[in-house]
Ligand binder design. Structure first.
Ligand SMILES: [Zn+2]
Length: 872
């Protein structure tokens, strides 16, 4: 029994109960003997995992993992943190008792190999011979891909109990870490819902987000590190430096039976070639095992690519990502059968699809079986070639610290930045990825340019320089086509991740070595600008609009009930020029406390002036009532909800029921996230297929649709984001027309960063640079506008692409993106592309927050500003 500290606190009866099967009253015979074998999953769960229509529940699986750790000398159970809802996040460690007794030494060797500076090749060989590769297996990343969770008890039991040569070789040579569910919350919800709907006519698949905020995007979070589950997995990887990471997934039901790397083109060139080849060879090893066992329908080099770091943290840290995608069954756990009675999936063999699947049905048992084969094939290979895996890991990392010609020397983040909060967040992302950051202790010159003391330096030649490079550089995604002259070959996800653009931070690339006196940064902290003295009773606090952290100031001031204005024009005060959008805040103790707190968190400076400025302004509505529309399984809205909570924005989720009453009585501003069509809004979830707990998503009906229109006409503000602009356009007959060709031959922007021109005098664009680039994804649109205020548009000519991939950029020339429409007494702001895409796009998030508070605010004449601050 290891690391299950609660054991000692449990009464004997509870301990006995733990050993009992869940659904039968039988005591396994093994418990009667002195040296019991480990309870099998069948004994514990009362059925074979993968059985038709049955799913082991998450809570029971956790009890089983604890039981196995309790019974086996080969397994440790640990809870390494909490999920987004505060539930335990477990990790299993599996190896031989001898290895488990020296985990610290194993970890130490891995760390040394991960940072081979000062290590000779001979020393590395010795360490590789002594060490044990660490193999991280992540399951149930996507909770409805249920086979990936169900297979883990089988894998664990076999490793914990079997005395075969195969298992002994694995245990002696590998340390296996298992994350049995990357989203434990979702695994619980999906399993519970499946059980609750058994024997009903309801749909069996949990219909909502299966991670509190971001659902399926929980594996698109591997460079911004927003969610607690991501942070835990990254911390685990940073701690152990695994040599292999295998991710278990399921895909659609109708294609190949399983995908295993090699990936489809392209690879991110920042992944070390050795890592790519390790990926290819281990993937092929798994495919070979499946084929040898008669398991057909295996594909590689299709659908899934090796491009975006949002899906792959480990590849920049020396380990291949082995993505395994098994075909799904029907309704999670029921056999899928082909509609025509013939074999499922493509039937044309190819070099990357050796044996088509020849059966007309596909069951959960087969999913479990196929996944099990891949895991044991991977483990056996790494065990057999243990020292080679470790030595190749060393070589990968040696390449990182000796990158050779053709690579940048490094990156400089100048101390003097427009947005200190963005700079703090960018550096924090890099540090979380274990990138070494130095800070200059004196001014220095690089590439002929002088930099202030306090500037940050990121040298490329370091263990995780490749992670820094992929996030700091411009992406040049290759122009891949299905066939010459054909449509674009879709990337599996997006094509750009250039953080300096997304966050609005100036970062210079330096090709040649330079010298600077520096100190190494361990933890990145926000800047700490001096906080001003209390202004007099007729004065004001001022906060510039340049940082996207300005939203946090507004949120805090609103919460504290502090009178806040925003200057509508540039003004000078206290010997300083202040941009349009500058916050003008009443000089009270409440204001001071709120401002100080946010300034500490963001590093954004606060100023104080003895005389409140006399400038045209807007007075923000006290306690602006913000509604965020909640759509079922709406991932963009989930990301926004997370961002709103992070920034302390006071908001309520808007659901169908709200539309039966007076929306204006509840809300000043309603945000319609991307992904909400008129039909989603009006019809919603089918009430015959989903029980009453989902009534909030049943749809607002035609009356609700009319109420939303009335809400705007009566003075409400509606923000429509991305493809939901089409919904707002229908709602209010907005005078905008989609401008982009729908044919992908002509126009294609699969998640790229594009050029933009802002009217920074417009309240929606306050604080933006005139040319801040924007995110533009596959479902986004640009518009021709016949009336309304254009807040931002694409340049009239020139290069539209800033980073990623774009076909037909000329179709964007001069077209509008963000537009303001007066509708009755209210306001609709349409955002053709998502200003807060996955919260990666942070600099443009100002647009969203500006618009939220702008709609309900009132104009104040210059002479009336002092009085407005005093509550006039
Ligand atoms: Zn998946």
């Amino acid at each position: 029994m290891r690391n299950w500290t609660r054991r000692g606190l449990l009464p004997a009866a509870a301990l006995l109960a733990l050993a009992l099967p869940v659904s039968s009253g039988l005591v396994p015979s093994s418990t009667a003997h002195a040296a019991p074998r480990v309870t099998t999953p069948e004994q514990f769960f009362g059925f074979t995992l993968g059985s038709e229509g049955r799913l082991a529940r998450w809570a029971d699986m956790v009890r089983y993992y604890k039981l196995v750790a309790d019974r086996s000398e080969r397994v440790l159970y640990q809870e390494i943190g909490k999920t987004a809802t505060g539930k335990p996040f477990p990790v299993l460690t599996v190896s031989s008792p001898a290895n488990l007794a020296k985990l610290d030494r194993i970890k130490q060797i891995n760390r040394r190999l991960a940072d081979p500076r000062g290590l000779t090749e001979a020393q590395a060989r010795k360490l590789a011979a002594e060490g044990r590769p660490v193999y991280l297996l992540e399951a149930a990343i996507h909770s409805t891909e249920v086979g990936t969770a169900q297979v883990i008890p089988n894998i664990l039991h076999r490793l914990a109990d079997e005395k075969s040569t195969t298992v002994t070789e694995i245990l002696d040579n590998i340390v296996l870490l298992i994350i049995p569910a990357q989203s434990p919350d979702g695994t619980e919800w999906v399993g519970d819902y499946f059980d609750q709907t058994a024997g009903t006519t309801y749909a069996r698949t949990y219909p909502d987000l299966y991670q509190k905020y971001i659902g399926h995007d929980d594996n698109r979070d591997w460079f911004m590190f927003t969610q607690p589950e991501t942070k835990l997995s990254v911390a685990l990887q940073n701690d152990w430096k695994p040599q292999v990471v295998q991710n278990l997934h399921q895909m659609g039901s109708g294609g190949a039976r399983i995908f295993i790397p090699p990936y489809l083109s392209p690879n991110d060139p920042n992944i070390d070639p050795i890592t790519v080849q390790q990926t290819n060879s281990l993937g092929m090893e798994m495919s070979r095992s499946l084929t040898a066992e008669g398991k057909k329908g295996v594909t590689w080099g299709s659908t899934y690519d090796y491009w975006t770091p949002s899906r792959q943290y480990m590849t920049y840290h020396g380990a291949p990502r082995i993505l395994v995608e098994a075909a799904s069954a029907r309704d999670l756990a029921y056999t899928y059968t082909s509609s025509n009675g013939g074999p499922i999936g493509p039937q044309q063999p190819d070099t990357n699809f050796i044996e088509p699947y020849d059966q007309s049905s596909w069951s959960l048992a087969q999913i479990v079986d196929y996944l099990d084969t891949t895991v044991f094939a991977g483990l056996s290979n790494v065990a057999k070639y243990r020292a080679e895996w470790l030595f190749n890991f060393y070589r990968t990392q040696r390449n990182a610290v000796n990158p050779g010609a053709g690579k940048p020397y490094g990156y400089i983040v100048p101390a003097d930045q427009r947005d200190p909060f963005a700079t703090y967040e960018l550096l924090t992302v890099l540090r979380t990825g274990e990138v070494e950051i130095e800070q200059a202790t004196a001014p220095f010159t690089a590439n002929g340019k002088r930099y202030d003391a306090g500037s940050w330096i990121i040298r490329y030649a370091q263990p995780y320089g490749r992670f820094a490079k992929t996030l700091l550089e411009v992406q040049h995604y290759p122009d891949l086509r299905e066939y010459p002259g054909g449509p674009p070959q879709s990337p599996y996800d997006v094509t750009a991740q250039t953080l300096p653009m997304l966050l609005g931070v100036r970062v210079d690339t330096v090709a040649q070595p330079f010298s600077a006196s520096t100190t190494q940064i361990r933890t990145v902290r926000p800047a700490s600008p001096p906080f001003p003295a209390q202004p007099g009773a007729r004065g004001a606090y001022l906060v510039g609009p340049e940082s996207y952290g300005t939203a946090m100031f507004i949120a805090a001031l609103q919460k504290a009930g502090v009178r806040t204005l925003r200057a509508s024009a540039e003004f000078s005060s206290g010997g300083r020029a202040h941009a349009p959008g500058t916050l003008i805040v009443e000089p009270t103790a409440e204001a001071r406390a709120a401002l100080r707190e946010v300034s500490r968190k963001t590093g954004v400076p606060v100023h104080a002036v003895g005389q409140a400025p006399r400038v045209a302004a807007e007075r923000l509505k006290d306690g602006t009532r913000i509604g965020l529309y909640r759509g079922i399984n709406n991932i963009p809205g989930g990301w926004m909800k997370w961002l709103f909570e992070q920034y302390g924005i006071g908001f309520t989720e808007v659901v169908a029921d709200d539309f039966t009453g007076d929306l204006n009585a509840k809300y000043d501003t309603i945000v319609l996230p991307a992904g909400i069509s008129r039909n989603d809004l009006v019809a919603g979830l089918n009430r015959d297929r989903y029980p009453a707990e989902w009534s909030w998503a049943y749809g607002v009906g035609e009356a609700g649709w009319a109420e939303l229109r009335r809400f705007v006409e009566d003075g409400g503000t509606l923000l429509a984001i991305g493809d939901s602009v089409a919904t707002a356009r229908q709602l209010a007959n907005l005078p905008i027309t989609p401008a982009l060709p729908s044919d992908e031959h002509e126009f294609y922007s699969p998640g790229s960063i594009l050029s933009q021109r802002f009217d920074t005098s417009d309240p929606v664009a306050w604080g933006m640079r005139p040319d801040t680039p924007v995110w533009f994804g596959e479902n986004d649109q640009a518009y021709t506008v016949s009336a309304g205020d254009v807040v931002s548009s694409f340049p009239e000519s020139g290069e539209q692409l800033q980073s990623g991939w774009l076909i037909g950029g000329e179709h964007l020339n001069g077209k509008a993106n963000v537009v303001k429409h007066r509708v009755g007494a209210g306001l609709i702001v349409t955002f053709g592309s998502e200003p807060t895409f996955r919260t990666w796009s942070r600099d443009p998030s100002k647009l969203l927050f500006n618009a939220i508070y702008h709609g309900p605010s009132t104009s104040v004449q210059p002479s009336a500003v002092p009085a407005a601050l005093l509550g006039g």
